[in-house]
Design a protein around this ligand. Sequence first.
Ligand code: GLC
Length: 421
Amino acid sequence: MSLYDEILESLEISPQRISKTAERFSHALADSSDCCGLKMLDSLFNRPAGNERGEALGLDFGGTNLRLFLVQIGGRGFRLVRDKVINIRHDRLNLDLTQSSVDGSQLFDYIAAEIGEMVDVGQDLPLGHCFSFPFRQADRNTGVLQEWTKEIKTGGVVGQDVNRLLEQALLRQGLVNIKPTALLNDTVAALLWAAYLEDRADIGSICGSGHNSSLVDGEGRIINVEAGNFHADILPINRYDTMLDHGSSNRGAQSFEKMVAGVYLGELLRLMLLDLSHETGFFPSLGLASKQLTVPNSIHSHDISSLLASGILSSGGKPVCFQPDEQERIQRLALALVKRAARLIAAAYLGIAEHLDPGLNHHHLISIDGSLYEKMPWFAAFIRTGLDEVMGERSHRIETRFLKDSSGLGAALAAIITTGP
Ligand code: GLC
């Protein structure tokens, strides 16, 4: 068997594997002392009542592109007043606040200054901070970062309360009227928002640069699963997954996320192509392209989206030249990677639904946000078919639905909840 076929085979996830992974995932949810890595963090937020109202800021800090929303909420709906994107890494501007050499105060000063540009002077506004990294909280307004994930490494933040860092930066900018009052994970914010709009939502998930889910437990509490850290023998880890892990900034951690999240898909494809370039004859142009492929993390998930849509692969912002038949094979490889990610996520979703409702007697609404789910060709459809294949006629019991901006809007809702009567 050629190396190419071997790789394709290693990426296949059979329906049996989906079921077994779901079962394993479900056990791990039931027993957090289990060694499968699910952190099951209590968000300290409950399912919303649906009658919350007010005006607030929601800051969505989930990766290098932060989103800020000013929103009026009421009557199970909302009015967006303004929103903006805050980039903390910008190649063209030579800005990178994600490196370990940068101090946390620089990072938060930059964010606070950007917030200051969007709000009217003197307006009192609570701010909900959706911070999508593992943190421990003692109350709804504080959270100590345990470790960075998704290749962010800014210094002086791990071990600190990130909402105090934000609050101090806002004060340094003279923004005394903006009060961070809530801190929550993106999956928690997404679920809070979905459950505000529609009572039935009981699972929230993010499929973007990172991957994670949250759930409403039997007592109405929203629990952050930290699904990305799931690891178990059932995961079909291949040599490229291992290579990626060894080259990552959080070696040994987030095994599941490294197979399914946007920030890693491009790197997995690059490692595979580089390996294939050593096989003579099969991919003649790969030899020439291999120099372009030696730079780690030079293929991003949006490059994979365009490859799937147009057949053209870019690395480091420049197209990599292939013959048409090679292009087609590379597309197949990328599609197999995307399919593997989606089917593993389908397994996690099934595991969560089975944990909440062992007989799957009820309807479950999984509200999903994130660029991978929204934009990656085939991704959402692969999750659906993965569920359909193993659930058969009960498949409609798990509904997956995209809800745009739910983490930012949920953060604003959280701010209103924490300041409400
Ligand atoms: C990473 C973070 C997690 C977050 C997810 C999605 O897995 O650890 O907290 O929810 O990314 O952004």
